[in-house]
Design a protein around this ligand. Structure first.
Ligand code: FE2
Length: 388
């Protein structure tokens, strides 16, 4: 017999998390706990230059372990980079992966791991629950406050041959350890702080209104909205303000725990499609679409969107639902304007004739399934047109 008001079954997965200043220095100790002998350190050029990869490498050396560095990773990591990294992992005889970087680096490291153990193309894992053999142990040190790839069961890989991004969702992609050190984010430039911060805000909003949300993910999503909205502009304006950086890192962590378990929605499905076509940064793609999708989705979950607005600090008392919907999307646009990323698709070279292809890829993206309102082709066409 079905009972009323009984919660539906929901799972919640998360890695072991160490949060705080100095977490980066624990990389070697954790690699040793796993019994590793050779570490593959996956990182990116900017992170290498900022010195964070060296700090992690020193910790590996201090633990008495060998390591090899793989840094051929670009923003929007590509199929070829993952496959090349998997080749290096095997040739070098590595037995653990340490990712030091933003979402692109961590997603590439996740890809290298599952390709190495399954001996398949990364393209074979597209979709939900398609990974049969877990990768080797994965330790992540995020250096941006946004992607939360260090706690999530997602990896997004760019297939440049077909101008699309593939989403891989699997519990096997949840890293083993997330060493989250907010100090690593002080070297982020203003535009990266803004775009990754808006990515985190989008994670929180989409997780809260997702049709796979749960009481556990709701707590994290709302806390993330509040932390990100109170700290983002400070972090952009004062890069070394560690209070703001810590607030953003914690906000991103909460958002990651929420979206990894509740999944996302139309903003991400459409942003993945856009990033596949144009190779634009993921955060920028989200920022262009966010307010338009909020307007489209509002009536499907008005109470939930109102809670988001309240977490952002908006006063809604006495207003009707149309006013509340506009107040929220206007406020999001205002945050984007102040953060310096209030662009439209036309500014970035996207044309009307691109929209049909964008819609087709967005409809294939697994994130579309958990949007609170299931969109038709023409709905998505209209949203892209509004964002043009
Ligand atoms: Fe994202």
């Amino acid at each position: 017999m079905a009972l009323k008001n009984v919660p539906e079954l929901r799972k919640f997965v998360a890695p072991e998390i160490v949060y705080g200043e100095g977490a980066i220095d624990l990389a070697g100790r954790y690699a040793k706990i796993f019994g590793a002998s050779k570490v593959m350190l996956v990182t990116g050029k900017k992170v290498l230059k900022a010195g964070w990869s060296d700090i992690a490498a020193n910790s590996i050396e201090k633990a008495g372990l060998e390591y090899t560095v793989f840094s051929d990773v670009t923003p929007n990591p590509r199929v070829e980079e993952v496959m090349k990294g998997a080749g290096v992992y095997r040739e070098e005889g590595c037995d653990i992966i340490l990712a030091v970087g933003g979402g692109s680096v961590i997603d590439c490291a996740k890809g290298i791991g599952i390709v190495s153990t399954n001996r398949k193309s990364i393209l074979d894992f597209e979709g939900a629950d398609r990974v049969h053999i877990p990768g080797p142990p994965l330790i992540c040190i995020p250096t941006t406050a946004g992607s939360s790839a260090d706690v999530s069961q997602f990896a997004i890989i760019s297939d440049r041959n077909n101008l699309r991004k593939i989403a891989i969702i699997s519990k096997t992609l949840v890293p083993d350890i997330a060493l989250i050190d907010p100090v690593t984010t002080i070297t982020m430039e203003a535009d990266l702080t803004a775009s990754t911060g808006i990515d985190a805000l989008t994670h929180a909003i989409e997780a809260y209104v997702s049709n796979a949300h749960s009481p556990l993910t709701d707590v994290h999503a709302l806390e993330a909205v509040s932390l990100i909205c109170s700290n983002l502009l400070h972090a952009i304006e004062e890069p070394e303000n560690i209070v703001a950086r810590s607030g953003m890192m914690l906000g991103s962590l909460h958002a990651g725990l929420a979206f990894s378990n509740a999944s996302l929605g139309a903003v991400h499905a459409m942003a993945h499609s856009l990033g596949g076509l144009s190779d634009l940064s993921h955060g920028e793609c989200n920022s262009i679409l966010l307010s338009h999708v909020i307007k489209y989705n509002y009536q499907s979950a008005p109470w939930r969107f109102d809670r988001i607005a309240i977490a952002m600090g908006l006063q809604l008392a006495g207003s009707g639902s149309d006013e509340r919907s506009s107040a929220l999307s206007d406020h999001v646009r205002e945050i984007l304007r102040k953060a310096g990323i209030d662009k439209c698709l036309g500014d970035l070279g996207v044309k009307n004739e691109d929209i049909r292809g964008l819609v087709q890829n967005a409809l294939r993206d697994p994130c579309i399934v958990t949007n609170p309102r299931i969109p038709s082709e023409s709905d998505l066409e209209r949203i892209y047109e509004e964002a043009l």
